[in-house]
Design a protein around this ligand. Structure first.
Ligand SMILES: Nc1ncnc2c1ncn2[C@@H]1O[C@H](COP(=O)(O)OP(=O)(O)OP(=O)(O)O)[C@@H](O)[C@H]1O
Ligand SMILES: [Mg+2]
Length: 259
């Protein structure tokens, strides 16, 4: 395999000295969809948030270890987290469009990030890439709140895409959506992975099977000191994780016996 785009090395996270994640080592490769699966509380969201330094804003959270991106540790004191978040974008579980027009949902972020020209064309291109343009092109100045949940989530993906990130992190982006909207987002992710790299947390094992190239399984385990902590149990191609997992806990999870 080629050189990883993102390399998580010996990453441990704690909250007020209680461990959340311990010694995570994981690589993300360009133009792949990497699925993160695992029981509730195993630290999937925490791990995802570490990848664009979103945990920095949470009091009491301490991150140790390194995440190497473009040859540098994103936790190095000289690295600007705002820049990291521009290159490594995030789409959340609940669609969270701004209470602004459809157009402004995308244009606003562009302006904040210093774009002044061609806003119309970037807005259109982003909405097209997110497979939303045809549904909204005649009502760009209406509020984002008139859109359905699935359309709002595609608007949030368009908003992330507009800044031309390298990597898009997604935390259960379909869990609040109906099956048709979910299918549209899955189709969209399979299209845009040719341009972007996607790390997606999902509780939907069928979804991981349908769209992920590789899957990493996290689990809550007891460490040497008797604390429950999130560990990366194994990662592999999606096929291997689901049909030939190396660890019993992975087998139990993919067979629906835990979580
Ligand atoms: N900001 C925080 N402050 C305190 N504890 C936290 C914080 N964020 C996460 N935790 C703790 O870390 C552990 C992992 O949480 P996390 O949300 O990462 O799990 P998850 O795998 O995403 O779970 P779920 O599948 O339910 O979303 C939990 O025990 C949680 O209580
Ligand atoms: Mg979570």
């Amino acid at each position: 395999m080629s050189v990883p785009l993102l390399q998580i090395q010996n990453l441990s996270v704690s909250f007020n000295h209680s461990p959340i994640l311990e010694d995570i080592n994981l690589a993300v490769y360009k133009n792949e969809i990497l699925g993160l699966i695992g029981a509730s509380g195993s630290g999937k969201s925490t791990l995802l948030r570490c990848c664009n330094r979103l945990n920095d804003v949470l009091p009491g959270i301490k991150v140790k270890g390194e995440i190497i991106y473009q040859g540098e540790n994103i936790y190095h004191p000289l690295i600007d987290p705002v820049k990291v978040r521009r290159q490594i974008g995030m789409v959340f579980q609940r669609p969270n469009p701004f209470p602004k027009s459809i157009y402004e949902n995308i244009a606003f972020g562009l302006r904040v990030n210093g774009y002044k020209q061609n806003l119309d064309s970037i807005v259109e291109q982003s909405l097209r890439q997110a497979n939303l343009w045809e549904e909204v092109k005649d009502r760009l100045n209406q509020s984002s709140k008139i859109l359905s949940g699935g359309q709002q989530q595609r608007l949030c993906i368009a908003r992330a895409i507009a800044l031309k990130p390298d990597i898009i992190l997604m935390d259960e982006p379909c869990s609040a959506l109906d099956p048709v909207s979910t299918a549209k987002i899955e189709e969209l992710l399979l299209e845009i992975k040719q341009i972007y790299t996607i790390v997606i947390v999902t509780h939907n094992l069928q979804q991981a099977r349908r769209i992920a190239d590789r899957v990493a399984f996290l689990n809550r385990e007891l460490n040497d000191r008797g604390d429950w902590v999130g560990k990366l149990v194994e990662w592999n191609t999606t096929e291997e994780i689901f049909t030939n997992p190396q660890q019993t806990s992975t087998l139990n999870y993919v067979q629906g016996k835990i979580g």
